[in-house]
Design a protein around this ligand. Structure first.
Ligand code: ATP
Length: 533
């Protein structure tokens, strides 16, 4: 992971936000290569899910044909939206504060180990990355007990790493940055929504929130979309956009950030077909990741156990990826696919529903009235063929553009061997990004800066540039130029050499196989076009 992080910075995939001021934790900027990669991730999603969708076809596994539409909503919405969605009341994590260092941690993210020495048993915690946590707790335990490193066998470790959530007695806990024991407070709720104020009103009247998910914008516009277009159910409405969560401990690069982009679909269908649509979307979304190069043992689909599900949902699955910063054998969520029943639309109609009620009922306040009033608008749908009116059920495939980009980067990072200019094998770093995702599709390289080679190379570059993001490079030894493109993930290099001027052909080098073939100059654009799909 460290190698990937340093490559991302060195080659301009990603930088820490406001880095010259020391950075801002949980915020990331995408550099010149990263922005292209992330745009390609989003565009592939939008193309495959929305604009490229064939509404006349029945896709494998789908109960019928269906329609797709897009939407782009505001980040700040009416505050009532978050009350009815449940985010105002329920969207929180548990935090613990350290009284000594004044640092704050997410209760379930603090890990540590029990250790005894000098007649005392303590739980030494750490927030270090997994690869460094062993060393960190050892160093901290030695310091706490005042034992020299050469006498480390005086430390008696009791079991492996455990989560702070498994510890009841906080008096025995050495907090991640503290010198004394028992400095952590009891866990407390912390709402993850960023609060702001709209207009000149600064009190609660002007309070609003930066959206923590894009989904609600789709629910509240469902009626607008249906009324303003000729779309019929089953219908998916898709949105890509920024979301904000005031994560207590953002970490693991962009995996958990405070500002990130989501790619969400709310798929509206008849309640009777919702189970089949759930299975369709679960499998369709899994296939999307494999089609773009995530595969093998690092990607998995995990169905939630029935006891993990809310009673109104018939299924939820996570698509998970074994990110390299996680402990061996652990997976992190890439996307969630949830069957949400009619929970969301009804909440926006009638008022926030109590998710524990069965059948679902509006949650009431102490005065016996709805705790959070809904819009009062009718969000049901009338089927023109059967004349049946119903509140659609919803399947929600929800993913993060940044998490997906990070997974593609992790999967792509490879070290192998390639010959240098002298033909000797050298280790090379290559980003094996899927050609659709690669920031630069091809590089055009004149072998030397003379004999008419740059001129021909520039003509090829300009012809390609009209269709793809391509790169021209005439500086340095050819081997070094190849290496730079390998690190950027460029799938093809086109080299103009002495033969090119004689027979009007160029060399096309494949990043992954290193195979080199001769292609006619006039065929280069078509050849690249064919290979990119
Ligand atoms: P987690 O359990 O990891 O916090 P979540 O279950 O809260 O995630 P959802 O609310 O289901 O996540 O959000 C849908 C998707 O949005 C996630 O699968 C993930 O790809 C992305 N996402 C959520 N939180 C973040 C974040 N803090 N940083 C980056 N991406 C995120």
């Amino acid at each position: 992971m460290e190698k990937l992080v340093s490559l991302c910075k060195r080659r301009g995939f990603m930088f820490q936000s406001s880095e010259i001021y020391g950075g801002l934790n949980g915020f990331w900027d995408y550099g010149p290569l990263g922005v292209e990669l992330k745009r390609n991730v989003k565009e592939s999603w939008w193309r495959d899910m929305v604009t490229g969708h064939d509404e006349l076809a029945v896709y494998p596994g789908a109960p019928s044909e269906y329609e797709m539409a897009g939407l782009d909503c505001t980040i700040i919405m009416h505050p009532q939206v978050w009350k009815c969605s449940g985010h105002y009341d329920l969207f929180h994590d548990f935090m613990v504060d350290c009284r000594e260092t004044r640092k704050r941690y997410r209760h379930d993210q603090v890990r540590g180990r029990w250790v005894s020495a000098k007649g005392q048993r303590i739980f030494v915690t750490t927030m270090a990355e997994v690869a460094a946590e062993e060393e960190d707790v050892q160093r901290r335990a030695l310091k706490f007990f005042n034992i020299r490193a050469k006498d480390a066998d005086q430390l008696k470790w009791d079991g492996g790493f455990a989560n702070l959530t498994s510890v009841d007695d906080f008096g025995a806990v050495l907090a991640p940055d503290a010198g004394q024991l028992g400095t952590l407070t009891e866990p407390r709720e912390f709402n993850l929504m960023f609060k702001t104020f709209v207009g000149a009103l600064s009190g609660e009247d002007g309070a609003a929130y930066l959206r923590p998910e894009t989904a609600q914008g789709i629910f509240v516009n469902f009626k607008n979309v249906v009324d303003s277009t000729r779309v019929k159910l089953p219908l998916g409405i898709a949105q890509i956009g920024k979301s904000f969560r005031n994560e207590i401990t953002p970490r693991n690069f962009t995996f958990r950030s405070r500002e990130f982009e989501q790619m969400e679909i709310e798929f509206f269908c008849h309640p009777n077909a919702s189970g089949d649509w759930y299975r369709y979307w679960r499998d369709r979304r899994m296939a999307w990741y494999t089609s773009l190069g995530l595969s093998g043992q690092r990607l998995r689909l995990r169905e939630h156990d029935p006891d993990e599900l809310s009673h109104y949902s018939t299924g939820t699955a996570d698509i998970e990826y074994a990110f390299p910063f996680l402990p061996a054998g652990e997976f992190g969520e890439l996307e969630g696919i949830a069957h949400r029943g009619d929970f969301d639309l009804r909440s926006h109609m009638e008022g926030k529903l109590d998710e524990n009620s069965n059948p679902l009922q509006v949650q009431l306040g102490e005065d016996g009235k709805p705790k959070y009033r809904g819009s009062g608008k009718d969000l049901s749908y009338r089927d023109e063929l059967t004349n049946e009116r119903f509140v659609p059920h919803v399947i929600e495939p929800s993913t993060g553009a940044d998490r997906a980009t990070l997974a593609f980067l992790c999967e792509a990072y490879t070290e192998d061997e390639a010959p240098d200019d002298k033909g000797d094998m050298q280790t090379r770093v290559v980003m094996r990004l899927h050609p659709r995702l690669a920031p630069i599709k091809a590089a055009v390289l004149p072998l030397v800066k003379k004999d008419g080679m740059p001129e021909l190379a520039k003509d090829i570059y300009r012809a390609l540039k009209q269709r793809f993001n391509v790169f021209y490079d005439e500086k340095g030894a050819i081997g070094r130029r190849y290496r730079r493109q390998d690190e950027a993930g460029t799938p093809y290099c086109i080299t103009v050499d002495t033969d090119s001027l004689a027979d009007n052909t160029v060399t096309l080098r494949d990043r992954d196989t290193l195979e080199q073939i001769r292609v006619k100059v006039d065929d280069v654009v078509n050849e690249i076009q064919t290979r990119l799909h």
